[in-house]
Design a protein around this ligand. Structure first.
Ligand code: KIV
Ligand code: ZN
Length: 515
């Protein structure tokens, strides 16, 4: 097994992600978490670029123990001096110098010939070496550099003291079948390559940053540069969590390990997302909200029979509580009953069947049925079956020029009764109609409506409090239609009022409290 060095650049290249900006204390907080995650190197910033970066690198160098702390510098004296000053307090420090080597960068950006580039790169490494034993050199845009020139630059900078040579795919142009052989070519054509670690730094412009990094590892790279959640310049950098979990899950193939405590992955991802303000797409591998959620009935059934049927890694391995079977219209009775059990409901088969029918109706209207929806369904549906009145039908009319009217049909002991009434609004009209049908006219003491779940198709829950002949009761009703939820809540409270056992229990409790 080879041990791959994880070089985290979330705080440097990651922060170059459009829209992300971190204060020095925020960078310190992330750096502390990266240390808990177990990264080998933390690139804290680019000190010459801003006073904030200088301060952040300094704070991290002073306070974060464990990983090597790195800072970026162009191949210029002022940059290297600034990096060295910021890194001064670090126990283990690395100066990371870079200089573009590709023809397009040489011609248009730097206006320098190969010989000048070579000279400057060697000078920069030698100069950085005065401050730190550990010096990394990056030939920027290496993947678009002529391989022969690249080999020459690498050999010279290693001779000047570079301990790591990093091969950036700066613009995300490489493809794995070429990038892997490029790394192999370096191992075969750079005479002193044994004196340095080969690193890779891949951008994600074509969505290939992780495959390219893995191809490089398979071909001899000993370090990968990556970011949490894959954030970074433009389309981002290779994602730390994807590389680390691929190495872990496909150890059989890569024969390589890392020092990462994978159970810290989710925590780190959430912290980076919260502090940078860059949210993680739901279908993102490893850390996306859907990464361990199963929606289809066939998959859910398979998962319940054996987790490995549809999961190649355990959610606990990345720091999640467990996988989730998302209840929706494709879910089967097996997953539904299991979830009810997990929620603490012990139901008979017929109760489960009845609740499942309600669930299916709701799932047709709603993309995702949450635990709160299920609780509302079960609590709403099952007691109603034993109650005096059951709501069969509710219809209301209302509008700015219409008198609000409700028509309601109730079932009582197998017989149906129907009536209609007007009110101040559709809910009031429903309550007046129910009063007429049940011959009970309670006082409405409280009415509260809330969305149980999120979205336009959310399940609404109504809770009412009624007072009648000295007895106070609460009732609850849930539906995607708030008028229906209101009618159900009212009727469930009325059912309690007409039940003599409720009255007896209420009166004896009141007697106990106020003898
Ligand atoms: O993408 C790149 O080339 C870089 C270098 C500075 C390593 O970020
Ligand atoms: Zn980069």
């Amino acid at each position: 097994m080879r041990r791959i060095t994880i070089f985290d650049t979330t705080l440097r290249d990651g922060e170059q992600c459009p829209g992300a900006s971190l204060t020095p204390p925020q960078k310190l907080e992330i750096a502390r978490q990266l240390a808990r995650l177990g990264v080998d190197v933390i690139e804290g910033g680019f000190p010459i670029a801003s006073p904030g970066d200088r301060e952040a690198v300094k704070m991290i160098a002073q306070q974060v123990k464990g990983p090597t702390i790195a800072a970026l510098a162009r191949s210029l004296q002022a940059d290297i001096d600034a990096a060295a000053a910021a890194l001064a307090p670090a126990k283990k420090k690395r100066i990371h110098v870079f200089l573009a080597t590709s023809p397009i960068h040489r011609k248009f950006k730097l206006r320098k010939a190969q010989a000048e580039i070579l000279r400057q790169a060697v000078w920069a490494v030698a100069y950085a070496k005065k401050y730190a034993k550990d010096v990394e050199f990056s030939p920027e845009d290496a993947s678009r550099t002529e391989p022969e020139f690249l080999y020459q630059v690498l050999e010279e900078v290693i001779r000047a003291g570079a301990t790591t040579v990093n091969i950036p795919d700066t613009v995300g142009f490489a493809i794995p079948d070429q990038f892997g052989p490029l790394i192999k070519g370096i191992t075969e054509n750079v005479a002193n390559i044994e004196d340095a670690v080969i690193s890779v730094h891949c951008h994600n412009d074509l969505g290939l940053s992780v495959p390219n990094s893995l191809a490089a590892i398979a071909n001899g790279a000993g370090q990968v540069e990556c970011t949490v959640n894959g954030i970074g310049e433009r389309a981002g950098n290779a994602s730390l969590e994807e590389i680390v979990m691929t190495l872990k899950i496909r150890k059989d193939y890569f024969q390589a390990t890392t020092g990462i405590d994978t159970t810290q992955i989710i925590k780190t991802s959430k912290l980076v997302s919260a502090l940078t303000g860059i949210s993680v797409q739901p279908n993102k591998a490893i850390v996306g909200g859907n990464a361990f959620r199963h929606e289809s009935g066939i998959h859910q059934d398979g998962m319940l029979k054996h987790r490995a049927t549809y999961e190649i890694m355990r959610p606990q391995d990345v720091g999640l509580g467990g996988s989730q079977l998302v209840l929706g219209k494709l879910s089967g009775r097996h997953a539904f009953a299991k979830r009810l059990g997990a929620l603490g409901f012990r139901l008979s088969k017929s109760d489960v069947d009845r609740a499942f029918e309600r669930f299916k109706v709701l799932a047709d209207k709603k993309k995702e049925v949450f635990d709160e929806d299920l609780t509302a369904i079960v609590e709403d549906e099952l007691p109603a079956a034993q109650e005096t009145y059951k709501l069969v039908y509710v219809h209301t009319t209302s509008g700015s020029d219409t008198v609000p009217t409700a028509t309601i049909r109730l079932a009582k002991e197998g017989k149906e009764v129907q009536d209609a009434a007007c009110g101040d609004g559709p809910v009031d009209a429903c309550y007046k109609t129910i009063d007429r049908l049940t011959h009970v006219s309670p006082e409405l003491v409280d009415y509260a409506l809330q969305a149980v779940t999120k979205g336009k198709d959310a399940l609404g829950e109504v809770v009412v409090k009624l007072r009648y002949q000295g007895v106070e009761v609460a009732g609850r009703g849930a539906s995607t239609d708030i008028i229906e939820a209101s009618a159900k809540a009212y009727l469930s409270a009325v059912n309690k009022l007409v039940s003599s056992s409720t009255r007896r229990a209420y009166l004896s409790r009141r007697q106990a409290l106020h003898p």
